[in-house]
Design a protein around this ligand. Structure first.
Ligand code: ZN
Length: 471
């Protein structure tokens, strides 16, 4: 019983296997040889579908039959496409599907141009141009990432398919430069007592960290209720601890207290610029002889006649301030530059006379146009500023002509005496560094005295003589 049953099972199994074999190899059917149901193709390559052989018949007797292909592959776009092969013959039907995936396996191109002389610790570089181009995504320069590792800077960029290009460079990583602080407006600010200090602002930029203006700390205090010099310190550090400090000086001056004087009916104000010089002592002798008081607008660059500053003051003349350097390019470059020069000559005069003079005359006068070459509107700003902080400037109403037009004392006498008028301020511009000017003075004094004029020095309360400001 046991053996019979076993044989039966064996027989059934054999029949089954045989029938399978028969169906596959001998029965007529529709089929495809060597069919691949999956394919990959690189983007932008041309897709050509492989011809397949659809057979009708047995394994040993194939009759080729036609088939239809449904579906397309767009190789310009990444993705998976389905192609379907359909064949019909007699009562047999065949459908076969194939997936075709369009892929991008090409790495993007990464081009780094420039020099890596200084690379900031945060990777910021100057003068480095980075471009990344991908065959499928196009320009992906904005996707480039970088990092700093050891002494290398590593650039990396990936396309949308995840293909990555890397480039690394040996670099010097350093940030030893502090931020740059730029103060708005002047570095020295001149104010009068009682005015308000308003911070003009500043900008701070670091080579590595960029704009760090908001990190700037300002220390120091300006007390505009008191005369004095105040210092404000602006400091800022970059991320790596490099500190920058700059300062601003605020000078608070006493307010203008004087009033413009009354116009005398018959007054002559002789003024002598650019000294003291070689002829000043002789001039002082002449003035002493007639007991005439005048105004000297002095300069500071010639130290040979310093003792005459004291003599001028001691003998009752006004020692006014002209300029320390008398260099237009220097003094008219800005308010700071002008004030520095002015305070220098003020100090020099004070040193020799113990007088803090505030009577001034601008080189070239307030109407000069030469200053335009160095800074526009400088005279507009300066004339306002000096008066605001306690100085008084004087121009002139009569030119003696000794500044170049003539070297003839007779002509100078004529120029002056023909211009003097009753009821006018009569401020005469002369230069005590010229001998021919000094030669003319005696006759001008005699003319004035003979015609009932008084000679007076300019003071803070003298009538204002201001020319038209042209710049
Ligand atoms: Zn001058």
């Amino acid at each position: 019983m046991k053996n019979k049953g076993f044989l039966l099972i064996l027989l059934i199994s054999f029949s089954f296997l045989f029938s399978l074999f028969y169906v596959n190899y001998y029965a007529s059917n529709i089929y495809v040889n060597d069919f691949n149901d999956y394919e990959k193709i690189e983007v932008f390559n041309k897709y050509k579908d492989k011809k397949i052989n659809v057979c009708y018949g047995t394994k040993f007797n194939c009759k080729k039959i036609n088939y239809k292909l449904k579906g397309t592959v767009n190789t310009k776009r990444l993705g998976t496409y389905t192609l379907t092969y359909i064949a019909d013959y007699k009562d047999a039907h065949l459908t076969k599907s194939k997936k075709v995936t369009v892929v991008d396996t090409k790495k993007p191109e990464l081009v780094i141009e420039g020099s890596f002389a200084n690379v900031c610790p945060n990777g910021k570089t100057e003068n480095v141009k980075i471009t990344a181009t991908d065959n499928y995504d196009g320009d992906i320069s904005d996707k480039v990432k970088y990092k700093i590792k050891d002494n290398k800077i590593i650039y990396k960029v990936s396309d949308s398919s995840g293909n990555t290009t890397r480039k690394e460079f040996d670099v010097n990583i350093m940030d030893n430069k502090g931020p740059t602080i730029i103060l708005n407006e002047e570095n020295i600010i001149y104010l009068s007592v009682g005015s308000k200090y308003k911070e003009p602002g500043y900008v701070a930029v670091d080579d590595c960290d960029g704009n760090v203006t908001e990190n700037v700390k300002v220390t120091g205090n300006v007390d505009t209720s008191k005369k004095g010099t105040y210092e404000l310190i602006y400091s800022v550090s970059d991320e790596y601890g490099n500190e920058t400090r700059v300062n601003r000086i605020v000078k608070v001056f006493p307010k203008n207290k004087y009033k413009a004087g009354e116009l005398g009916s018959k007054v002559i104000y002789l003024t002598f610029d650019d000294g003291p010089g070689a002829h000043t002592a002789r001039l002082l002798d002449i003035l002493k002889k007639y007991d005439v008081k005048v105004t000297f607008f002095v300069t500071g660059y010639n130290n040979n006649y310093n003792d005459l500053l004291k003599r001028e003051a001691d003998e009752g003349h006004t020692v006014g301030l002209h300029s320390y350097t008398h260099n237009y390019g220097l003094i008219y470059a800005g308010i700071d530059a002008y004030m520095e020069d002015l305070l220098k000559i003020q100090n020099k005069v004070k040193e020799h006379t113990e007088i803090e003079s505030t009577v001034i005359r601008f080189p070239g006068g307030s109407s000069n146009t030469i200053s335009r070459k160095y800074r526009t509107m400088i005279m507009t700003d300066l004339t306002k500023k000096v008066e605001e902080i306690g100085f008084r400037y004087f121009d002139w109403t009569i030119m003696s002509g000794d500044a170049g037009n003539t070297k003839d004392p007779n002509k100078i006498v004529e120029n002056v005496t023909s211009s003097i008028k009753e009821g006018e301020p009569n401020v005469v511009l002369m230069h005590d560094i010229k001998s021919y000017t000094v030669d003319s003075v005696e006759r001008i004094i005699e003319f004035g005295l003979a015609n009932g004029y008084t000679f007076a020095p300019l003071t803070m309360d003298s009538p204002v003589v201001h020319q038209h400001v042209n710049n």
